[in-house]
Ligand binder design. Structure first.
Ligand SMILES: [Ca+2]
Length: 536
């Protein structure tokens, strides 16, 4: 069994820190020279595509020479909703067909251990999106954008900190958004200077999504929404293609297409809806009729989509519908890639496909994303663009919101020191350095219990990925459960190893690391609820 990596050796850490500082310093020079050269509206210059994946300029004396700033890349983020990482994994187990996503992965790097950190309530999408936009762990963000309905009305959709779109806009980028926005109208208005077919909410009938045109006042009155008779994935793609067709190449752009597929209702048009006969769907190896122990809060909307106990027939139908809407989404992504190719954007555009969270769909007796098993925490992440190796994969751990400093680094925008996310650039470079030796996962129920110590989530899950290992600690209305998995031999998370005496030391080390990561992340939960000494 592989050794878990709990920390980098000190010399390596120091070296990584120096390289990070160097990259930040050079990025600051690039940004400053760009503004001096052409002002805040754009950064023209040598149109030769640069190899910006390294993030390191070839000459440290660049600041003393005339500006020779390569054109900054356009950024296209295709953000999907409830898409399992398994739908894009290459391997014999994958049943769903995604030829266009495969085309994208053939051009770039597929991150096979990309995770969403989790969230404090059932709508895991919401903190996930807030983290991507800010580069901050959700524990340090206001409820107004991570848990809107629990915040006072005046604070809903309010966050004054820098965001990916606002930083790029301030650096001269044109910013455009279409699709699902789940973090409040004011937050949208503070972020994007353009958009179309904007849907404010968490989910919708895909064939009647209430959408807004861009509203310069930022109010987005509900009465101004229309419900076009077009499937959401096609509607948002149409808006994105229209944006691309209007670009004259003068300003670099950020285009964010935030699909609400494959979130349920899992409907798709013909022929996709009947593309996967349920009787031909293979059940996942970890299919169960019910979850084997109390966990989280099973009385959430996602888990009510099918009765308990789950049956193979019902789960096959859910998976078949899910695969249909995924393949339909893939076709729309194909239209995006075609347009980028046809309009000559492919050479200077980074295209990122990333999911906001995964989904259980019958695994471990669950249907939703309100847990931290691999099916629900791991997400698709593919990064392609000039300078990024083509057709490669990475197994290093990372978060969705690590894209925040990554994109800024590529665009020559300095990243503030207090950002929680870490740039993926070292992972995407030929040396493929590790950026997160360990990684915290967590989910807390929005439903609260009154305890002598005050209100506490009804269920709390916290976990650590480290090397090939995964620890999950669960506290659910007083019932504590520990699970330890060796993902290399047990990717379906079926064999709990936490009781094995031979692994006692490893388990203890992972529990200590869990407490450390929780403290570091600003987690309000006390590790003592898992019987972990917080001072250890
Ligand atoms: Ca989602």
């Amino acid at each position: 069994m592989p050794e878990p990596t709990t920390s980098s050796p000190a010399p390596l850490r120091d070296s990584l820190r120096r390289m990070k500082d160097l990259r930040r310093w050079i990025a600051a020079i690039l940004a400053a020279s760009c503004l001096l050269a052409v002002g805040p509206t754009g950064c023209a210059g040598d149109p030769t595509p640069q190899t910006f994946a390294s993030g390191v300029a070839p000459d440290l004396d660049a600041a003393d020479k005339p500006p020779d700033v390569p054109r900054r890349p356009n950024i296209v983020i295709l953000f999907t909703d409830d898409q399992q990482a398994a739908t894009v994994d290459r391997g014999v187990l994958r049943q769903v067909r995604t030829p266009n996503i495969d085309r994208l992965s053939g051009r770039g790097v597929s991150m096979r251990s990309a995770y969403v950190m989790g969230g404090p309530h059932g709508a895991v999408c919401m903190p996930s999106r807030a983290m991507l936009l800010t580069g901050m762990h959700h524990f340090r963000l206001p409820r107004g954008i991570t848990w809107t309905w629990s915040a006072p009305p005046a604070e809903r959709g309010r966050h004054d900190g820098p965001t990916l779109p606002s930083l790029l806009r301030d650096a001269g980028y044109e910013t455009f958004f279409t699709g699902k926005w789940h973090n409040g109208r004011p937050f949208f208005a503070a972020n994007f200077e353009g958009g179309d077919a904007i849907f404010f909410g968490g989910m919708s009938d895909h064939d009647a999504v209430p959408v807004h045109e861009f509203d310069p006042t930022g109010r987005y009155e509900a009465s101004n929404a229309t419900r076009p008779d077009t499937h959401s994935s096609e509607l948002f793609t149409d808006a994105a293609l229209e944006f691309l067709r209007d670009r004259d190449g003068e300003r670099p752009f950020l285009l964010m297409v935030s699909y609400t597929a494959p979130h349920d209702p899992r409907t798709s048009p013909k022929p996709f809806a009947s593309m996967y006969p349920p009787e031909e769907v293979a059940l996942p190896a970890n299919f169960m009729s019910a979850h084997p122990f109390p966990i989280g809060d099973l009385d959430v909307r996602d888990e009510r989509l099918a009765p308990l106990p789950r049956t193979p027939e019902v789960v096959r139908e859910h998976i078949a519908d899910y695969h249909g809407i995924v393949t339909h989404l893939d076709a729309q992504i194909g239209r995006m890639l075609d347009e980028l190719d046809d309009r000559g954007f492919a050479d200077d555009t980074v295209v990122i496909l990333v999911g906001d969270n995964g989904l259980a769909l019958g695994q471990h007796g669950l249907l939703g994303k309100q847990n931290i098993y691999e099916h629900s925490s791991r997400v698709p992440m593919i990064v392609a663009g000039p300078g990024v190796p083509a057709g490669e994969t990475r197994d290093g751990l990372c978060y969705v919101h690590d894209l925040f400093p990554t994109v800024l680094e590529w665009c020559g925008v300095p990243v503030a020191d207090n950002v929680d996310a870490r740039s993926l650039v070292p992972m995407l470079s030929p040396g493929a350095e590790e950026i997160r030796p360990t990684l915290l996962l967590g989910y807390s129920t929005g439903a609260m219990l009154d305890t002598p110590d005050g209100p506490r989530p009804k269920g709390v899950l916290r976990g650590v990925r480290s090397g090939g290992w995964k620890l999950i600690e669960s506290w659910c209305e007083g019932v504590r459960t520990t699970r330890l998995f060796d993902l290399e031999s047990d990717p379906w998370e079926l064999q709990d190893l936490s009781e094995l005496p031979a692994l006692a030391d490893r388990l203890a080390a992972l529990r200590v690391e869990l407490a450390r990561l929780m403290r570091e992340a600003g987690d309000p939960i006390d590790p003592a609820i898992f019987a972990i000494d917080a001072s250890s």
